[in-house]
Design a protein around this ligand. Structure first.
Ligand SMILES: [Ca+2]
Ligand SMILES: [Ca+2]
Length: 227
């Protein structure tokens, strides 16, 4: 009886982490805009347990902990047009990793500052030599340039899958539009706002599932021993 109780409690504990996605650590981060949020740039890359819940469905944490730019054009204006040149954000994983999606959490439901359309370009470790943040060595070995449109939603994880996995050390996100003048999106758009960005590491098998299988097997063994 005692053994059965132990195996049952282990199963309950492992069920709590079942199917939780694993995300890559971001070793460096930069952008070509002027941030204006009190928490600074880390507000975009809080990561699991800080920027978003480490457990499924990985909803955004700290509703106000968004990243946003200044408003150089004042209200009303379109930040993307007013800010000179493209709007770039760079991520460095510290070494080549396998990427198959980008996870995005929106900025706000009640104003139109949130990033709407964006595209990605990639650079491998061999291109950057450790200094690709901000340079133009993108799309040399990785041609993929996927474009996505985010929902105006401020809580749920939006995972955008790539058509194929890419091996890259650096990702450059280009924000192409906000919700400025989108019907029903609310006022704003004079800033660019992002709740959170992360990249899932799908190379690691879902730990919860494996643990459940392992523990289920252990439970069967215990049951057999008791006979
Ligand atoms: Ca611009
Ligand atoms: Ca955040």
């Amino acid at each position: 009886m005692k053994r059965l109780l132990i195996s049952t409690s282990l199963l309950a504990a492992s069920a709590c982490v079942a199917n939780a996605a694993v995300f890559y650590g971001i070793s460096a981060f930069a952008h070509n805009m002027v941030g204006d949020n009190p928490g600074g740039d880390p507000e975009m890359i809080g990561g699991p347990g800080v920027g978003f819940d480490a457990a499924e469905p990985h909803s955004k944490l700290g509703g106000g902990d968004n990243w946003y730019t200044n408003a150089p054009g004042g209200f009303p204006s379109d930040y993307i047009s007013v800010h000179d040149g493209p709007e770039y954000i760079w991520f460095d994983f510290g070494g080549d990793v396998s990427l198959s999606e980008i996870s995005y959490w929106g900025y706000a439901n009640t104003n139109s500052n949130g990033m709407r359309e964006f595209n990605l370009t990639f650079a491998a470790d061999s291109e950057g030599g450790g200094a690709a943040l901000g340079d133009e060595d993108y799309q040399t070995s990785v041609a993929l340039n996927p474009s996505f449109t985010a929902l105006q939603e401020d809580t749920l994880r939006q995972s955008f899958a790539f058509s194929e996995a890419v091996t890259a050390r650096y990702v450059r996100v280009e924000a192409v539009s906000t919700y400025f003048e989108q019907p029903g999106a609310g006022a704003g758009g004079d800033r660019l706002g992002i709740g959170e960005i992360a990249f899932e590491n799908s190379q690691i098998p879902e730990p919860g599932s494996l643990t459940l299988i392992g523990l289920a097997g252990a439970g069967l063994l215990l049951r057999r021993k008791r006979r």
